[in-house]
Ligand binder design. Structure first.
Ligand code: EPZ
Length: 416
């Protein structure tokens, strides 16, 4: 079975440790092909997107050793430059292999990436930026072939600070000839994580976390052991679980410095938050207020990956909240499911108005993508009766074990 069953109504209380970051890990796994030797990643989350990425690396010749959250990738020998559709089309991050394989092998044949269906998600910016570095692309029957007879630096301008395109240019530039100056970069913590990893492996990069990043190509990278940062979206999800059940939750190993905008909105909702270096305590006893206007935005703004979870929280807040989604065109998919549970949500264009109801009622609902799926689990925690969230495989893409974590906090939740 592929579902999660939640009997709602429990007030969550307790401590949970935050897993390694999905969107931090996937680019590092791609980057491992740039190292002619071993890369060891610690705190690597045990999620299915990581499983798929490891399968892709194995297919081209990397030797993978995995012991729970420690993964070793030996990329001493890469045997091939094509990737199987089976693992490439199921996630967006397979596109990260573009920059990395071009840097290592000068060519790649792959498929258009898949991933959560939350909008069009084209790859024009990735291709445009890499073209400026000497890459030519041809469409194949089922995908894409990219070839470079010599990657070179230069000025690369991104029209929008795309996370993935920024990562791809960085990956391609690390072993390219000369200096690459990238303007209009994304500033997300996942970009900084990728740069920190590459710098530790010997790359020359400055400006990570700013809009201009400079990369001076080096001859080779050295073997590396790196601990992956905690996941800011998983951390946010569990804080909202406390808010929705009026509980008190402590997060250990939380990426506190990356969550400032989130804390601001949670406080607007009435939550009490205490912070230390990698530690958060949220008391949600009085956290039932609506928030009149929030807008998803690039970092350090409010993250689109938590938009659905906040929507779920607003369904039981006092008053009406408005969320404006500015990053992805189709990220309001959970509205139909929340409505089945009795939520009052209206969509006009890229805005959702959510007017809080006294309570949600549990029922069967369908997860349609990762973050929306997690948000439905949150709704189930606050609902009366039993909620069955179908298609838990979407949630497994990014959450190691949502039942383990929420169960440890006192939720009545299990896989069925
Ligand atoms: C990353 O996706 C994350 N995925 C997403 O997390 C996250 O929502 C997103 O960044 C924004 O923060 C990974 O890191 C694996 P973008 P990415 O390129 O890189 C448009 C999750 O739930 N665009 O910054 O794909 C695009 O359509 C996931 O964990 C183009 O038009 O995001 C979107 O509207 C979902 N052309 C916007 O830019 C391009 O070539 C932002 O996309 C590239 C992007």
């Amino acid at each position: 079975m592929d579902a999660i069953r939640i009997c709602g109504g429990n007030t969550l209380c307790g401590e949970v440790s935050i897993q390694g970051s999905k969107n931090g890990t996937l680019p590092l796994l791609a980057a491992s092909v740039l190292v002619k030797g071993k890369t060891v990643l610690r705190n690597c989350p045990e999620i299915t997107d990581v499983d798929h990425m490891l399968k892709l690396l194995e297919y081209v010749g990397c030797k993978i050793t995995r012991n729970r959250r420690t993964v070793e990738i030996d990329a001493s020998y890469i045997r091939r430059t094509d990737f199987p559709s089976e693992h490439a089309v199921v996630m967006r991050s397979s596109i990260m292999l573009l920059g990395a394989m071009l840097g290592r092998m000068g060519e790649i044949s792959t498929y258009y990436p898949g991933g959560c269906v939350i909008g069009e998600r084209p790859i024009d910016m990735h291709m445009g930026a890499l073209s400026q570095m000497g890459v030519s692309f041809t469409e194949t029957e089922s995908g894409l072939r990219a070839v470079s007879t010599g990657l070179h630096g230069g000025l690369v301008k991104l029209d929008f600070p795309s996370v993935g395109a920024t990562e791809n240019v960085i990956l391609a530039a690390v072993l390219a000839k000369g200096e690459t100056v990238v303007e209009g970069c994304a500033k997300e913590p996942e970009i900084v994580e990728l740069c920190n990893f590459l710098i530790q492996a010997g790359a020359k990069i400055t400006g990570a976390g700013e809009s201009i990043i400079r990369i001076v190509g080096v001859e080779s990278l050295k073997e590396i052991c790196y601990r992956i940062m905690p996941d800011r979206i998983v951390a946010g999800t569990y804080l909202l679980a406390a808010v929705m059940t009026r509980g008190i939750v402590v997060l250990n190993d939380a990426p506190v410095s990356q969550m400032q905008e989130l804390f601001r909105i949670l406080q607007q909702m009435g939550a009490d938050i205490a912070l230390a270096d990698q530690w958060v305590c949220l008391n949600g006893e009085h956290a039932g207020k609506a928030v009149p206007n929030i807008k998803t935005s690039v970092y350090p703004g409010f993250p689109t990956d938590l938009q659905s979870a906040f929507m779920a929280a607003f369904t039981v807040a006092k008053g009406c909240s408005i969320i404006e989604e500015t990053i992805f065109e189709s990220r309001f998919k959970i509205v139909s499911e929340l409505s089945k549970m009795g939520a009052d949500v209206n969509i006009i264009g890229n805005r959702a108005m959510i007017c809080g109801v006294d309570s949600l009622t549990g029922c069967p609902v369908n997860a349609m993508e990762l973050r929306g799926g997690a948000a439905l689990v949150l709704a189930g925690l606050a609902a009366s009766g039993t909620t069955i969230v179908e298609n838990k495989h979407f949630i497994d893409r990014g959450y190691e074990d949502i039942c383990r974590d929420l169960g440890a906090l006192g939720a009545n939740i299990r896989y069925v």
